[in-house]
Design a binder for this molecule. Structure first.
Ligand SMILES: [Zn+2]
Length: 155
């Protein structure tokens, strides 16, 4: 996943080598529309990573997608800088429980805003997720460690 981040930075550098471009582009094509996912800020995969829905070890294995190409998540982004995405059908906001919609709008919008800031923040990829997600992952890691200790009292 660190490699992925570095490639992105390299791609955005001026005058990349043509061979590098071609190689990288294949790894960043959107699974839905087939076009290039230019930046981390328009990546559905990284948006879901920031929300804690994609664990760190799945980042490099998962398919890339534009935020706008995943309307079931994108419909919850409510921000003047984001052109609203409409979804029809049973998973459209209008068909869902209003309390759930309000909760999702708060979460997804917050995650999207954080994602937009990430290129300007000098943070490591493990610090991308929202604070409560990082806390949860830390607790889970601590629990695994302590249970391993409990299972190996001699070791
Ligand atoms: Zn797309």
């Amino acid at each position: 996943m660190v490699i992925r981040q570095k490639l992105w930075m390299r791609r955005n550098a001026p005058n990349p080598e043509p061979s590098t471009m071609a190689k990288c582009e294949q790894g960043y094509l959107c699974d839905v529309c087939g076009k290039d996912v230019d930046s981390v800020t328009e990546s559905d995969l990284y948006l879901r990573y920031v929300m804690g829905q994609v664990p760190p070890d799945e980042l490099h294995r998962s398919r890339e997608r534009h935020i706008r190409c995943n309307p079931s998540v994108a419909q919850f982004i409510v921000d003047p800088n984001f052109e609203p995405v409409q979804l029809d059908g049973p998973f459209a906001k209008a068909s869902l429980d209003p309390a759930y919609v309000a909760e999702q709008e708060a979460l997804v919008t917050r995650a999207w805003r954080r994602l937009q800031e990430i290129p300007n923040l000098a943070v490591h990829i493990i610090e991308y997720p929202l604070p409560e997600v990082r806390d949860r992952w830390q607790r889970e890691a601590d629990q695994i460690r302590s249970s391993q200790t409990a299972n190996n009292p001699d070791g």
